[in-house]
Design a protein around this ligand. Structure first.
Ligand code: ADP
Ligand code: MG
Length: 697
């Protein structure tokens, strides 16, 4: 293996490669586009395309693809080869600026939420030069944005880029007002920590539920789960370590800053964290990371599960969106510095975020809503469905003091004394960890923890950037032209904290009392996707998106419909899979096992009345009773799935029916099934058990 610094970014057409391979003037023009968002000339694009093609061919590429992020939840690509006939029966390898800048995939097979119905099926992809092109599996990948013929956005990238523009514009205005005239651009940065499960491929192949839905729909608990806390940060098994090593190397080649890897809480659960980068690049990289996790796992005869809740009874998987804002002058706007009490600029940005999270808590909740994540949020694990913010002791006390109009003196950073001579003392972080908070301040960034493991991080970041941009614009309007800027600032900060303190909660988010307390504070508790999504089209939210030019009203409606429809489809697939498993595997298995029990009991009796058969008889009675109930629930589920089709045309009503009726019956069916599993001989049970799945690697 090459040394890591040589390996890193070797498959990326990055800044260094561009500098080496592009004429100076082309490089400069492209750089301007990347840094200032200036439009790109076709003549420049032609030169870039040609250099890119030569580079890609050296990396073994024969094809190129526009790579985009439609509303399907996964990335999309369509490969075209570089070949072009040269007239004499020969071919040459060609790639034009036009092909680099614009693609025309047929949009009709991607979800559009009704937008398409009124327009042409044609869709366009446009090169996003702020995210580098890369070579993978013989193809040159060009990150792009995707929109319809008439310009409606059909993807997650376009609104993300728009939201980044918005927050930059508004933050720059504020910073210039505060006297920082050298700030011309502000970017949001994200470091997404990714959780996942790895299980043995042979076991996976035996489970229809994992294959079709990514999670186990049946499965009795193993005798051992995560209760001993012996997996978290535990020694990494050889097979897993080999997977992680290869994953790191592949990610590094693509310029992805894979940094930390460790075992997570649940057995077979792991985590990978990259070093943070600009939000749109972090988004592309996280999509690639998830894709490579799956691909590389297969090479090790493993399967990577990215579902939010593959196994009942042990932790599910999430993603932590570490988010901050920094300037082109290299300042992190969320760094409180040594004395936050004197740092008015930090207080102002903090106040903006507090207000934004309070006013748009529904949008944050919506941004992480999915059928899979419903198993975590609102279900006694991970962060709860109630959105609140954790500021930690020091900032919490500062905010309290500001509200009360009192002076506050920061404790400064304390030294941590280990009490052991050979161990160095170290600086204490200025906030302890509160693992239960969905939105926690962690020193110089906020960590939004409610994301599901399979989510495209664009969605929550679109919301975050837009809502903070909106509040910053309101702040600017309030402060602009004020003669005594200092007092105006102080008053604004004080009023904002006072008005929005209800969103701040430093206690235990898992406690039942918090649910009641949150209700008293008027905070939302949106437990499921249908409940949350209903708020997407509230007037306040439509206004936010339209005013900030992120989406048109029609585009928000489209997204709302797509999410609801997608939710119903997923539960429908789960229900159908359960029915299939129940009828084809589980009922026959239990029947066979009880027949064996009956045969055994009868032959014992035939031998002698003196041989007791109570064990067999009791099992036969118990299993037969359960089987009756199981078959009844299966029939109920079949009926419910049919009934759900009656709601077609009303996506909200249909999703609600799937949640409240179909999903509820699935839970009941599962409970009976799992109970039968505990009484059925493993020889007869048709699927690998939880013990085998979770401890089998
Ligand atoms: P913690 O110990 O609080 O988890 P780490 O330093 O380990 O913090 O960082 C966790 C994640 O947060 C990493 O992906 C890291 O790159 C990211 N991160 C750190 N600083 C920032 C920042 N300014 N903006 C965005 N993400 C950041
Ligand atoms: Mg974390």
């Amino acid at each position: 293996m090459a040394k890591v610094p040589e390996l890193f970014g070797s498959m990326v057409f990055n800044d260094q490669t561009m500098q080496e391979r592009l004429p100076k003037s082309t490089y400069k023009a492209l750089k301007k586009t990347i840094q200032n968002g200036e439009p790109l000339d076709l003549s420049v694009a032609n030169v870039v395309a040609s250099a890119m093609k030569d580079w890609a061919i050296e990396k073994g590429c024969t094809h190129y693809t526009h790579w985009f992020q439609p509303m399907t939840g996964i990335t999309a690509e369509k490969h075209d080869s570089f070949i072009s006939p040269s007239g004499d029966g020969q071919i040459i390898m060609e790639f034009s600026g036009k092909e680099l800048v614009k693609g025309e995939p047929d949009a009709s097979s991607f979800p559009s939420g009704g937008i398409r119905a009124t327009f042409e099926a044609r869709g366009y992809t446009t090169w996003d030069p702020t995210s580098y092109a890369f070579a993978k599996d013989g193809t040159l990948y060009i990150p792009t944005a995707f929109c319809s013929y008439t310009g409606e956005v059909l993807d997650k990238k376009t609104p993300l880029l728009r939201s980044m523009e918005r927050i930059s514009t508004e933050a720059v205005k504020i910073l210039n007002l505060l006297g920082k005239s050298d700030v011309t651009r502000v970017t949001t940065t994200v470091g997404p920590e990714q959780e996942y499960f790895l299980i043995d491929k042979e076991m996976y192949d035996q489970r229809e539920d994992l294959i079709f839905t990514g999670r186990t729909l049946f499965g009795a608990k193993a005798p051992k789960g995560q209760e001993l806390d012996d997996h978290y940060f535990g020694t990494i098994k050889t097979r897993v370590a080999a997977f992680m090593k290869e994953l790191d190397e592949e990610l590094w080649k693509l310029g992805i800053l894979a940094k930390t890897k460790h075992n997570e809480v649940a057995p077979s659960q792991h985590e990978l964290a990259p070093i943070f980068s600009t939000t749109n690049i972090a988004t592309d990289h996280n999509e690639l990371t998830m894709e490579l996790m799956k691909k590389i796992a297969e090479r090790h005869n493993l399967v990577c599960l990215l579902h939010e809740k593959p196994f009942a009874g042990v932790n599910g998987s999430g993603k932590h969106n570490n988010w901050s804002i920094s300037t082109n002058t290299g300042e992190n706007l969320l760094d409180p510095g040594k004395a936050p009490e004197n740092n008015i600029q930090f207080q102002l940005f903090l106040a903006a975020i507090v207000k934004a999270v309070h006013e748009y808590q529904d949008l944050l909740r919506i941004s992480v809503a999915s059928a899979g994540n419903d198993h975590r949020l609102g279900a006694n694990e991970a962060p709860p469905a109630i959105i609140s913010m954790y500021l930690g002791d020091e900032l919490g006390a500062l905010v309290d003091a500001i509200i009360a109009g009192k002076d506050y003196k920061s404790k400064g950073t304390e030294r941590m004394k280990t009490g052991v001579e050979v161990l160095a003392d170290f600086k204490k972080d200025n906030s302890d960890r509160n693992r239960t908070s969905p939105f926690a301040f962690t020193g110089n960034k906020f960590e939004f923890r409610a994301l599901g493991s399979s989510l495209n991080i664009a969605c929550p970041n679109i919301m975050l950037n837009t809502m903070v941009a909106e509040v910053l614009s309101e702040f600017y309007a309030e402060l602009e032209g004020k003669e005594d800027l200092d007092s105006a600032l102080k008053a604004l900060i004080k009023n904002t904290f006072t008005e929005h303190q209800a969103i701040i909660f430093n206690g235990n988010n898992y406690a039942d009392e918090w649910v009641e307390e949150a209700e008293r504070r008027g905070l939302l508790n949106l437990k499921s996707l249908p409940e949350a999504l209903a708020h997407y089209i509230d007037k306040k939210n439509l206004d936010l998106f339209v005013k900030n030019k992120i989406y048109s009203e029609q585009e928000v409606h489209a997204r709302y419909e797509i999410e609801l429809e997608n939710y119903s489809k997923q539960i429908n697939i789960e229900a159908l899979t359960m029915i299939d498993m129940a009828k084809k595997d589980i009922i026959p298995a239990v029947t066979s096992f009880t027949r064996e029990l009956t045969d055994t009991a009868l032959s014992k009796k035939a031998l002698s009345d003196a041989i007791p058969t109570t064990v067999e008889e009791n099992l036969i009675i118990s299993l037969s009773n359960k089987l009756v109930c199981f078959a009844k629930k299966t029939a109920e589920l079949e009926e419910a799935v049919i009934k759900a089709t009656e709601y077609e045309g009303n996506n909200l009503a249909q999703a609600t029916f799937f949640r409240e009726t179909v999903f509820a019956i699935m839970q009941e069916l599962r409970a009976v099934g799992d109970s039968m599993e505990t009484e059925t001989s493993a020889e007869y049970w048709p699927y690998p058990s939880y013990a085998e799945l979770l401890f089998g690697v």
